[in-house]
Design a protein around this ligand. Structure first.
Ligand SMILES: CCCCCCCC/C=C\CCCCCCCC(=O)OC[C@H](COP(=O)(O)OP(=O)(O)OC[C@H]1O[C@@H](n2ccc(N)nc2=O)[C@H](O)[C@@H]1O)OC(=O)CCCCCCC/C=C\CCCCCCCC
Ligand SMILES: O=P([O-])([O-])O[C@@H]1[C@@H](O)[C@H](O)[C@@H](O)[C@H](O)[C@@H]1O
Ligand SMILES: [Mg+2]
Ligand SMILES: [Mg+2]
Length: 205
């Protein structure tokens, strides 16, 4: 759903992307720096309970994931290594965000929300894995309620609001995300199954 915003976000980020490219900065550097910043911020601020500051800093760095694609499209057709690096490092950033939240919740003795945060981490990774495996087998899997932008928006907004003192918002956001991720896994499995049953049998090696 949020991917509908991609053209608008691309327009906003284009001047920044052009400035970076003209200074010799490549998309892979932005991908790596965005992940480094996300991981450092999530593991530094969240476990201390600095949820609002952490969310602002993470949001800044996570937007690099949009910027790297704009830069790649600007500089050519995009590279296979860049596409691989982008998807792989996204998993690292997501893991840091949800484990940072889980550590904070566990330190507060909020064991159930901490477990839900870990479920969000694992189910989010599984959502992406199903798509990557389907694409590796020559199918498509561009469907689902909670794709990465939705997962990040729900996770970051609920963490940010919790940091501002809104009660119950973080557990509520995590439960919502856990349910939406589970539904998305189901939607993707069905989508892949429909394509897979129509394909000829695979030769096994
Ligand atoms: C000056 C900065 C201004 C910034 C303005 C922007 C404001 C936008 C704010 C929020 C937007 C939220 C909506 C986001 C819509 C996203 C649409 C979308 O589909 O995004 C997908 C992205 C990136 O996905 P991906 O990495 O797959 O795509 P790319 O475009 O990068 O392209 C990949 C291809 O490019 C090639 N390539 C890439 C890299 C590379 N090195 N080499 C390459 O060759 C290759 O071919 C690739 O295949 O989405 C994301 O996942 C990022 C989502 C960002 C979500 C932001 C969440 C923030 C939300 C809330 C925070 C609230 C904080 C405050 C809380 C307090 C509460 C009051
Ligand atoms: O599968 P999903 O996690 O919702 O979303 C995916 C991203 O997380 C991944 O990093 C990107 O490279 C894929 O193209 C896809 O958009
Ligand atoms: Mg990207
Ligand atoms: Mg990405």
């Amino acid at each position: 759903m949020l991917k509908l915003l991609r053209p608008a976000v691309t327009r906003v980020l284009t001047p920044l992307a052009r400035a970076l490219v003209s200074r010799g900065v490549g998309p892979n550097a932005v991908t790596a720096l965005g992940t480094l910043g996300t991981v450092a911020a999530a593991l530094f601020f969240y476990p201390q309970g600095l949820l609002f500051t952490g969310t602002l800093v993470i949001t800044f760095f996570v937007l690099a994931d949009l910027l790297d694609g704009v830069m790649a499209r600007m500089t050519g057709p995009g590279s296979t290594w860049g596409a691989f690096l982008d998807s792989t490092l996204d998993r690292v950033g997501d893991a840091a965000i949800f484990s940072g939240l889980a550590v904070w919740l566990a330190l507060e003795g909020e064991w159930v929300p901490a477990a839900v945060a870990l479920f969000c981490l694992v189910s989010g990774a599984l959502v992406s894995y199903v798509k990557a495996r389907a694409e590796g087998l020559g199918m498509t899997c561009d469907v689902g309620l909670a794709e990465r932008p939705e997962r990040l928006v729900v996770g970051l907004v609920s963490a940010g609001l919790s940091g501002l003192g809104v009660p119950y918002i973080l557990p509520a956001g995590l439960w919502l995300l856990a349910a939406a991720s589970a539904v998305t896994i189901g939607q993707r499995l069905l989508h892949v199954r429909r394509q897979a049953v129509a394909l000829p049998p695979r030769t096994l090696h």
